[in-house]
Design a protein around this ligand. Structure first.
Ligand SMILES: Nc1ncnc2c1ncn2[C@@H]1O[C@H](COP(=O)(O)OP(=O)(O)OP(=O)(O)O)[C@@H](O)[C@H]1O
Ligand SMILES: [Mg+2]
Length: 454
C-alpha cells in the first residue's frame, strides 16, 4: 500500500529535507508552507499521515492539529517542536497528536515513527472497510442477494440515495423494484419523512390526477371535500410512482411540470402549491420503445431517469438462488408452523433448471406452496408446482439412480429420438453415431424388452 504524506513547515529547508527523506522511504509526499495551506491541502481527503511544525504563521500547528483530529480522527499527526518545549509537545499529544519529535530532527527516528504510524493506519483502514461491508449488508438486509449484478444495484442505490436526483427503476415484473425503492428512501436523508406510493396502473386517468395532485371541494361529482394529493402528502419525503409506463399523456405533462417547476395546483383549484419531493419511479416496460411509439414523452423520461437502476431478472443471477430458497423456506415454515427444514437434491435441481419468468415473486410463491405441500421435514420434487417440475425436465434427460450403463444408453437413445420428433436420422446425428448403429442398438433394446416379457 502506498501512502500519501503531508509535510507542513514554514522553514523551506526542513520542509524539503523531510520530503526528500520520506520519498526515499518510498512514500508519496506533498508539502505546505503554513497551516492554512496545509489545512486546505488536507481537506482534499487523500492524506494518510501529517507531519507538522507547531509554530507557523497564519494557522498555527496546534490549530491545524485540532482541526484534523476533529474532522478525520484516524489520520495520525506527528508534531515537530523546537528544542526544550516539552510542555507544548505534551499539549499536542493531548490534542490528538500521534507522537512528537524535537528539533534538530533525527531522520532515522522519524522514519521509524512514520512506519509505525502508517502500519496502524493501514490496520484501521482495513477494519473500517470491514465495518462498511457489514453495514452495507445490514442496510440491504430486506433485499436478499450476493451476486455481482445485485452488488452493482446496491452500489448505485447507496450512491444515489443521499442525493435528490430522480431515479427510474427498471426491470421485469417481480424482480424486486419496490424493495429497491424502499431501500432508496431508507438510505436517504428523507428517511424520517413519508414514503408515499402510487400504483399508477390501478387508477383511471381522472382518478390518478386527483390522487396525485389532490382536488378542491366540488371540482367534480363526488368531490365532497377538499382532498390533498400524494404530492402534498410526500412533502419533504419520497414519492414512489409504480408502473409509470402506464400513465396517460395529459398526466405525463402535469408530472413534467411538477418536476421542472416543483409547483402544481389541485384539481379544480387556483392556489399554486410548492412541493419538495424526491421522485422514484418504476416500470417493467421498455420506455424507450414507448417513446418510439409516441406513448411516452421523451422529456419526461429524461427528467425521471436522472439515475437508472436496472434490477436484473432472476435467471441472470441464479447464484442468488440458494440464499433466496433458504430465506423463503424459513419464512413460510415459520408462518405455517410446519417443521420443514430443507429441500432434497432433485427438488433443488428443478428449481435451478427453471427459468423463473415471474422472477423472485414466482420463486416466493413456489416456495410457499412447496412448504404447504411438504409432508415431512424436507421438500421433495413432488411438492413443487407441476409447471416448475415439468419445465425443468425440458432439455434434460433423466436417468434414475441404479440404472445400468446399458439402461442409461437406452434412455438416452429413446429420449433423443423423441426430442427429434421421431426422426431417427437426426437423432443419430445428435448422438454422433451412424444410422446403422442406431438401428442395431434399438433392435437389441427391443429384443431385450420382448425377452423381458417372456
Ligand atoms: N432480492 C429479494 N429478496 C427478498 N425478497 C424479494 C427480493 N426481490 C423481490 N422480493 C420479493 O418478491 C416480491 C416481488 O417484489 P417487488 O414487488 O419489489 O417486485 P417488482 O419488481 O416491483 O414487481 P412488479 O413489476 O410486478 O411490480 C415481493 O414479495 C418482494 O418482497
Ligand atoms: Mg412493483
Amino acid at each position: 500500500m502506498k501512502f500519501k504524506l503531508l509535510v507542513a513547515d514554514d522553514e523551506k529547508n526542513i520542509r524539503e529535507g523531510l520530503a526528500t527523506a520520506l520519498e526515499l522511504d518510498g512514500h508519496e509526499v506533498v508539502t505546505a508552507a503554513d497551516g492554512n495551506e496545509g489545512w486546505k491541502r488536507f481537506q482534499k481527503g487523500d492524506i494518510d499521515l501529517v507531519i507538522t511544525d507547531l509554530r507557523m504563521p497564519g494557522l498555527s500547528g496546534e490549530e491545524f492539529l485540532k482541526r484534523i483530529s476533529a474532522e478525520t480522527p484516524g489520520v495520525p499527526v506527528i508534531v515537530l517542536t523546537g528544542h526544550g518545549t516539552v510542555e507544548t509537545a505534551v499539549e499536542a499529544m493531548r490534542n490528538g497528536a500521534y507522537d512528537f519529535l524535537t528539533k534538530p530532527l533525527n531522520l532515522d527516528r522519524l522514519s521509524l515513527l512514520v512506519k509505525r504510524a502508517l502500519r496502524n493506519r493501514e490496520l484501521e483502514l482495513r477494519q473500517r472497510r470491514m465495518e462498511e461491508e457489514l453495514n452495507h449488508e445490514k442496510q440491504f438486509e430486506t433485499i436478499i442477494g450476493r451476486s455481482p449484478v445485485m452488488y452493482r444495484v446496491f452500489d448505485t442505490v447507496s450512491r444515489a440515495a443521499p442525493t435528490k436526483a430522480s431515479i427510474l427503476i427498471t426491470g421485469e415484473s417481480g424482480v424486486g423494484k419496490e424493495l429497491v425503492a424502499d431501500a432508496i428512501h431508507k438510505l436517504s436523508p428523507r428517511k424520517e419523512k413519508p414514503l408515499v406510493k402510487v400504483h399508477c396502473a390501478a387508477l383511471a386517468a381522472s382518478l390518478l390526477e386527483s390522487e396525485l395532485f389532490g382536488h378542491e371541494k366540488g371540482s367534480f361529482t363526488g368531490a365532497v371535500s377538499r382532498q390533498r394529493g400524494r404530492f402534498e402528502l410526500a412533502h419533504e419525503g419520497t414519492l414512489f410512482l409504480d408502473e409509470i409506463g402506464e400513465i396517460e399523456q395529459n398526466i405525463q405533462i402535469k408530472l413534467l411540470r411538477v418536476l421542472q417547476e416543483k409547483k402544481f395546483e389541485r384539481v379544480g383549484g387556483e392556489e399554486t402549491i410548492e412541493t419538495d419531493v424526491r421522485l422514484v419511479a418504476a416500470t417493467n416496460k421498455d420506455l424507450k420503445a414507448e417513446i418510439e411509439k409516441g406513448s411516452f414523452r421523451e422529456d419526461l423520461y429524461y427528467r425521471l431517469n436522472v439515475v437508472n437502476i436496472h434490477v436484473p431478472p432472476l435467471r441472470e443471477r441464479k447464484e442468488d438462488l440458494p440464499l433466496l430458497i433458504t430465506a423463503f423456506l424459513k419464512e413460510f415454515a415459520a408462518e405455517n408452523a410446519k417443521p420443514v427444514e430443507g429441500i432434497d437434491d432433485k427438488a433443488r435441481s428443478s428449481l435451478y433448471a427453471y427459468d423463473w419468468p415471474g422472477n423472485i415473486r414466482e420463486l416466493r410463491n413456489c416456495m410457499e406452496s412447496a412448504v404447504v405441500m411438504a409432508k415431512g421435514t424436507v421438500i421433495t420434487a413432488g411438492d413443487l408446482p407441476p409447471g416448475i417440475r415439468a419445465k425443468s425436465d425440458e432439455g434434460w434427460i433423466r436417468i434414475p439412480l441404479g440404472s445400468t450403463l446399458e439402461d442409461a444408453e437406452n434412455i438416452i437413445i429413446r429420449d433423443t429420438i423423441s426430442a427429434q420428433g421421431g426422426n431417427k436420422s437426426k437423432a443419430a446425428e445428435v448422438l454422433a453415431i451412424s444410422r446403422k448403429t442406431l438401428h442395431r442398438k434399438l433392435a437389441e433394446d427391443q429384443a431385450e424388452d420382448s425377452s423381458d416379457d417372456d
